[in-house]
Design a protein around this ligand. Structure first.
Ligand code: RP5
Length: 156
């Protein structure tokens, strides 16, 4: 099975992005985490993206906040699908992050999640990988079934 790469612009993003790692691990999907910034470590970003396919990544989840160019820059340099997670920012409450990630030019797509949507990024990655993996597909079905059951049984 492909592994999933989780990258983020700063250690300060980990509080949000850890949910992606936890969720992927709960489905038994190999993942690793790296701090890579499009602005502060541009050479590292290019190196990571250009070698992503050869290094066995099937999907990359990229979280960044503010002028959040990480997901787009990575997507520009690899054919591996990129899922972007806009991180809540202080000044503009994540709207800057969201728009920076979502408004990609035609030709280089990034699948953009909700602000702080790291768990959904992982679930989206699971859904993609499950297309070619019946065992993983069964796990995702079971996750959804339990989630529905929890809502139906909720009391207030
Ligand atoms: C972005 O700037 C990071 O992804 C982070 O969300 C934001 C703030 O980074 P720090 O100043 O906390 O390192 O590049």
């Amino acid at each position: 099975m492909y592994k999933v790469g989780i990258i983020m612009g700063s250690t300060s993003d980990w509080g949000v992005m850890s949910a992606a790692a936890e969720t992927l691990s709960s489905f038994g999907i190999e993942n690793d985490v790296k701090i890579i910034s499009a602005h502060r470590t541009p050479d590292l970003a290019a190196d990571y993206a250009k070698n992503a396919k050869a290094n066995g990544y099937g999907i990359i989840i990229a979280g960044a906040g503010g002028a959040a160019h990480l997901a787009g820059v990575i997507a520009a340099m690899t054919p591996v699908p990129v899922i972007g997670v806009p991180i809540m920012s202080k000044a503009l409450h994540g709207m800057d992050s969201l728009l920076s990630i979502a408004q990609m030019p035609s030709g280089i797509p990034v699948a953009t999640m909700a602000i702080d949507g790291a768990k959904n990024a992982a679930l989206y990655a699971v859904a993609i990988l499950a297309l070619g993996d019946p065992e993983l597909a069964a796990k995702l079905d079971e996750f959804r079934r339990k989630q529905t059951e929890k809502v139906l049984n909720a009391t207030i």
